[in-house]
Ligand binder design. Sequence first.
Ligand SMILES: [Mg+2]
Length: 365
Amino acid sequence: MKITNVRLGRISVPLRTPFKTALRTVSSVEDVIVEIHTDCGAVGYGEAPPTGAITGDTTGAIIGAIQDHISKAILGRDVEEFEPLLQSVQRSVVGNTSAKAAVDMALWDLYGQSLGVPVYKLLGGGRTAITTDITISLNDPETMAKDALSAVARGYDCLKMKVGIHPELDVARLAAVRKAVGKDITIRIDANQAWSPKQAVSLLNRMQEQGLDIELVEQPVKAHDLTGLKYVTDHSYVPVLADESVFSPENAMTILQMGAADLLNIKLMKCGGIYNALKIASAAEVYGVECMIGCMLEAKISVNAAVHLACGKGIITKVDLDGPVLCREDPILGGAVFQEKEITVSRDPGLGIHGIEAGYLVYFD
Ligand SMILES: [Mg+2]
């Protein structure tokens, strides 16, 4: 199975409601789509969302990295020389993890197809279904309580609340949501780097003292501030999950060696795809640190790849793959079935993506 062409396009999928975090507000998913074509007719699919505020990867950067560097490293080569291909993707250009992730997953898709095996089985195959949380956008306390109630009405029992704009309001946001949903719903929070280390400890401990029962906090402090992250981990009652602080396997090793976080959040777009995600998962497993699998605001092709990873690796115990259920439409044919919180992996060979509904994909060439 030789690689003959790498085609790029884009899709636009509207969100149900605008998505607000401490870093940005967006109203639709605008992703780059990668198709890797082969001499036997098989096509591998990949996807990358431009998340300049998080990864630095804009649409233009993703396209440029793939066209000018990554494609050139893989064109004409055989999918059967799989690990060398994955390594070539990572070595072809510095940074550009979203572009690398899109190509990496398309190669996993093709490798699985060439063997007639779904990717989650290649990765270990421990389970075929996972349960995701859903994100509640950052708003005033009343709006967040209302959004939380409607998520619970849709069947979600784990809410991920965005916090961090006007930190003095964050305790009130949590209190309003906890009061609205009752004690049986799990609440995790994501501050997206908004707090100082001491502010984080003070806020988190106040939340727990008020009985708000926070399961974990994501990225309380600045991404680069691992000492601050460790301070929060050491002094807060709430378990700390590193997100923006862990892009690469090297970042993960540093955090694990420092004991700077209780949990790691793996996202394909941060680490450059499944190949590197596996290294982070293995390192975490060695240290006995559980992982969350997360996504950006992404449509189903790339989130589907994350589903395969989560179904393959037992160290991934927490799932935050709500990209597709936040979208108003799903133009992706095949792949995992997203039934609100229940996600069932596709058992078709590769990643199980069959194509994109007519009218959604606009090719760049
Ligand atoms: Mg996060």
